[in-house]
Design a protein around this ligand. Sequence first.
Ligand code: F6R
Length: 607
Amino acid sequence: MCGIVAYIGNKNALPILINGLRRLEYRGYDSAGVAILNNGEFLSAKSVGKIDNLATKLNGQDLAGTYGIAHTRWATHGGVTEANAHPHADCTGKIILAHNGIIENYRELKEELGASHTYKSETDSEVLAHLIEIYYKGDLRKAVLEALARVRGTYGLVVMHSDHPNTLIAARMGSPLVVGIGDNEFYIGSDASPMLAYTKKVIFLDDGEVTEISREQMNTVNLKDINVAKHVEEIEWDEAQAQKQGFPHFMLKEIFDQPTVMADAIRGRYNLADGIAHLGGLNMSLEQMHSVKRVVLIACGTASYAALVGKYMFERLAGIPTEVDVASEFRYRDPIIDSQTLVFGISQSGETADTLAALKEAKRKGAFVRGIVNVVGSTIARETDGGVYIHAGPELAVASSKAFTNMVAALLLCALQFGRINKLTLATGQRLLNALQEIPEKMQIILQQSDKIKELAEKYQNCRDFFFLGRGINFPVALEGSLKLKEITYIHSEAYPGGEMKHGPIALLSPQFPVFAIMTKNQLYDKMRSNIEEVKARHAPIILLATEGDDKASELAQDIIYVPPTMEVLEPLLNVIPLQLFSYHLAVALGRDVDRPRNLAKSVTVE
Ligand code: F6R
């Protein structure tokens, strides 16, 4: 996720662009840049860090002009540097663009363009400027269309050309773009918030659309250059609602982001024909990978539950003994780590002090140390010798949601990569990848049940205690569901493996103590079913998570949420979503501050 703002009109563009970037800072804030046409030439400024850094840098600079583009970046390809900040230019400096999304085939395109093109950044985006350069024969729209025909991936794209100061091209595929309509002027934004101060009239571009905008008009075509009629909408949202894309809270938006960011996490990282994952960032030779005899996953909170899912994956798919350590414990128990141990630090923020300190300890003891991190260029990303970015985009709600599912996906790809060089068969690798490709669509099916889950949450809003039960790979999901409930509703809850209940916790059960049980169809289904029978016999209310088509689930409970079937090892990617939604809706019903729950911080940089 990144943010784009562009302006074409008669006003001074710079304040519009900078204020617009501030509105979009929630989409990414590792670096920013702006370019404005001034006397026939693009003048630009870039800076690492927040928009304020760019604004300070621009103080005193004369970037006057009425045609410009700006971008706030959330790094995916290429580190956090000024050179990698957008906008990017072609070799002539006449074409300038800002891009959100991922160009999957950028390496092939670069190779094809050859050595005659000079690149100033390590980004995938820059290749687009050069591609447009070679197709440009005087018609910018045609050149963009021809370039896009060559691209595999996603984009929200705005392109300008210094010889066409009354033409701006915008295109969308998978990354949102909104056009704001003023009086002989147009605004573009990744959402409507940058333009709300100037206009309420907007047009939302759809995937596969390219629009050509002058000061006087806009004309939209599809990728085959056929005209598309667009409706002007009057926007009712205020700025905060626009940033949340109409969702009432960032947390709900982030829960609903999951199908999209899951696709981002896996895109281009596997080969179906070979049934294998390719995580180049791991930075390990085949020989080094073969030498790994033990995996240790270190993390805190939600990330540690993703790690527990990862343990199942590494052991089942790769056959490598795997341990999970809560980072704050790891350092103080003199862990046995050697040069045949692979240690992963898993962290959304990449700044968690305990995780960082534990990784340093592991490094000191000679292990391979790698990161599974969301924030590009964060301390953990920099201090490890390689790793996997989870590509979840900025997560702003304090309670983590989409980072969990993308961590699990990253761990799965790692386990698959190790599995295929160890004992995992081609057929299993392929089956797994086929099933993984279906996950984003299955996530959508679950998200459609949000209203039903809301009704359930409201039904249980007066309960003061909850149990979450799961077994096998779903036990960490129960832990994560329980943590979500605690964090954002302040209701007491505990998670147990189903089989543990009878060893003590069952004493707590009563009609006032509901149990949320994960009983999807997998190898432990019958065992879990028996555990739920035990709960039923104690008259505790049961909320059941079951697999679509499980007719017997209704014998155990009235309140059932059905999820689509998938391979057992992938179940956490789906099963966690109803639990996230349940906690979210319950917190809203209780009037809690969902995005900023009491006593918590998004990034825990103290021990
Ligand atoms: C839970 C939550 C925390 C974090 C934990 C680790 O919703 O957000 O438990 O998961 O503080 O943070 P990161 O992943 O940034 O290291």
